[in-house]
Design a protein around this ligand. Structure first.
Ligand SMILES: Nc1ncnc2c1ncn2[C@@H]1O[C@H](COP(=O)(O)OP(=O)(O)OP(=O)(O)O)[C@@H](O)[C@H]1O
Length: 218
């Protein structure tokens, strides 16, 4: 009987919480930007942070990536603080500024970040190919147009296989092909289980997945 119970009992796979905000407040010199903000994002989920300019969307990403610390409350990425070594490995982030090196070529940038993260070089160059960077590998990052630099930033953010990808307004300034390339890579990594949290000002007509969760900031 006991054997039968153990044979039938197949607990569902526990989904990992890739991002947790618990009672988070963010106050900048007496301006309350986030007031008791709570959010749980599970493995493989896509969450769109929506709201008007100044509502705190970027602030949420800065807290999730450890660039800012909460005034009150707790933030966890895959169970770790975002600024801890294991937390840092668990996410990739693309904000408005560039984090790749302008003087290095696309290839050199990818090789540099592969070494930094002790990542898989083949996987990194596969990402670069998938996003259309294969014929730009020998160009300096500084020579790339905005949309191509954005693609390089996306590869930089993903090459260490993070569990969570954080993107600040990923569709801004891209042409049709740029949008398609970015969407292709986002769909592909999301199918592999990567959670995506991205910001979009209210009214932006694009989405990563039709069933994505929308979180509105007032
Ligand atoms: N370092 C800072 N010091 C003081 N105030 C700040 C700082 N960073 C952000 N703020 C303020 O916090 C509020 C929220 O800013 P945030 O950039 O998170 O908004 P957002 O929703 O991303 O806006 P946008 O759509 O314009 O990018 C704004 O009023 C902004 O002026």
């Amino acid at each position: 009987m006991i054997t039968l119970i153990f044979t039938l009992y197949r607990p569902g796979k526990q989904l990992l919480e890739t991002l947790v905000f618990k009672g988070v407040w963010k106050v900048y010199s007496n301006k309350v930007v986030l007031k008791d903000f709570n959010l749980i994002v599970f493995e493989g989920e896509v969450v769109r942070l929506e709201g008007p300019n100044g509502s705190g969307k970027t602030t949420v990403l800065k807290l999730a990536s450890g660039i800012e610390r909460p005034t009150r409350g707790e933030v966890y990425v895959a169970g770790s603080r975002p600024w801890s070594p294991s937390g840092k490995r668990a996410f990739g982030v693309v904000m408005h500024g560039n984090m790749t090196y302008p003087e290095l070529t696309v290839r050199e940038n990818i090789e540099f970040f592969v070494k930094l993260y002790k990542a898989d070089k083949d996987y990194a160059f596969e990402l670069a190919n998938k996003i259309g960077l294969d014929d730009k590998l020998d160009q300096r990052a500084s020579e790339l147009s905005f949309g191509w630099r954005k693609r390089l930033e996306m590869v930089r953010a993903l090459l260490h296989k993070p569990k969570l990808l954080l993107l600040d307004e990923p569709f801004v300034g891209l042409d049709k092909r740029g949008l398609e390339d970015i969407m292709t890579i986002l769909k592909s990594v999301n199918e592999e289980g990567v959670s995506i949290v991205y910001t979009a000002p209210t009214g932006v007509p694009y989405s990563v997945r039709p069933d994505e969760r929308v979180v509105s900031l007032a």
